[in-house]
Design a protein. Structure first.
Ligand SMILES: [Zn+2]
Length: 216
């Protein structure tokens, strides 16, 4: 099973990919996580990527494609995978087709997680962190008992720069501009299923399973 999950940041595709990769016995390949790990570790790739991240821009295609190519060569990916957050541009989609074709393979299904922008903003701007101990809260899904105060240590809660509404809106716009052509690309090839990402986790998972399991 070789599947790609597309959708804007905050659409919940990572949570679904994690669960379903286990259920299907395939590799969960999250290019965003791989990049964040590279940045945290300070590798050459990570340092290169950090500048783009800090500006809310996408990391260049050749960097991401090289990283993915390496990841697909690892043994756990030979039985199939869920790509989570890849491809994000047409150049990435075409590179993926080429990579798989070299092994006589194709992408079998592409699932798009559709969530309205107002809901994405609510999810993505709600995070608050404790200045003292770093504990994360979320105004909607995990609110502190007292507004603005850490449950654990009484420290002050704050919002990170990249969780602010204008930064988040910029990320969503970049995403939309770059990925809209991808949806057409996969729709034209009869590979695309759009799933409503707004229901509860179980309902969304059921819709994704129906989209993928009947077809591969
Ligand atoms: Zn605290």
């Amino acid at each position: 099973m070789r599947v790609a999950f597309l959708g804007p940041p905050g659409a919940g595709k990572g949570t679904q990919a994690q669960t379903l990769a286990r259920a299907w016995g395939v590799a969960h390949i999250a290019t965003g996580d791989m990049l964040r790990e590279a940045i945290a570790a300070g590798t050459p790739l990570g340092r290169q990527a950090k500048g783009y991240y800090d500006r809310g821009e996408l990391v260049p295609d050749d960097v991401i494609v090289g990283m993915l190519e390496e990841r697909l060569r690892r043994p756990d990916a030979s039985g199939g995978f869920i790509l989570d957050g890849f491809p994000r541009t047409m150049a990435q989609a075409e590179a993926l087709d080429r990579m798989l074709k070299d092994h006589g393979q194709t992408v079998e299904r592409v699932v798009f997680f559709s969530v309205p922008e107002t809901e994405l903003l609510r999810r993505l701007t709600g995070r608050r962190l404790c200045r003292t101990c770093g504990t994360p809260f979320h105004l909607v899904s995990a609110p502190p008992r007292k507004p603005g105060i850490c449950d654990r240590c009484g420290g002050e809660l704050y919002q990170r720069e990249d969780d602010r509404a204008d930064t988040v809106r910029n990320r969503l716009q970049v995403y939309e501009r770059q990925t809209a052509p991808l949806l057409d690309y996969y729709r034209d090839r009869n590979l695309l299923t759009s799933v409503e990402g707004t229901g509860d986790i179980g309902a969304v998972q059921g819709a994704v399973r129906r989209a993928v399991e009947g077809r591969s």
